[in-house]
Design a protein around this ligand. Structure first.
Ligand code: CU
Length: 156
């Protein structure tokens, strides 16, 4: 549910062959293929107010390549910046198991409406710990989610 890479599996077949700079071109295309799921959301499901969607999301530390030979030591959700698209249908009960695999406290603050008890801004998750956020996907729309641990600018 955290995005789909399956639709793009054939992407690697289009690698240039015999190109003098093949290794660089291949690496760039591989990176794009890996991150296409960030641009193409999973398909919507029909409304079903009984549906429960369970997801796992891990905070990780990863060196992210911004461009050739330029990297950034990032905190990621699921290995990417931004994190994966999580697509729900309004009224789905969303249950997100969040595991902090980094050496700093982190959280997930979902926008939209939810009970205060499920707001990551109020309870950072310690390194190697986990929590479960549970909320109904409401209202419909496009909502950001981000870490809400202080200092906020660094974590966002
Ligand atoms: Cu954080």
């Amino acid at each position: 549910m955290l995005g789909s890479q399956g639709d793009h599996a054939g992407m690697m077949e289009h690698l240039p062959s015999g190109h003098s700079d093949e290794s660089v071109a291949g690496r760039v295309i591989a990176a794009r293929d890996e991150e296409l799921h960030l641009l193409v959301p999973p398909r919507a499901k029909p409304h079903d107010k009984e549906r429960i969607v369970e997801l796992e999301l891990a905070a990780t530390e990863k060196k992210v390549e911004l461009m050739q030979d330029v990297t950034f030591d990032a905190w990621t959700y699921g290995g990417t910046v931004p994190g994966p698209i999580i697509r729900m249908t309004q009224d789905d009960l969303m249950r997100v198991s969040f595991v902090n695999e980094t050496s700093h406290p982190h959280s997930v603050h979902f926008h939209g409406t939810h009970p205060a008890s499920q707001d990551g801004s109020l309870r950072p998750v310690a390194p190697d710990a986990y929590t479960v956020y549970e909320m109904h996907a409401r209202p419909w729309g496009l909502h950001l989610y981000h870490c809400h641990t202080m200092p906020l600018a660094a974590h966002m």
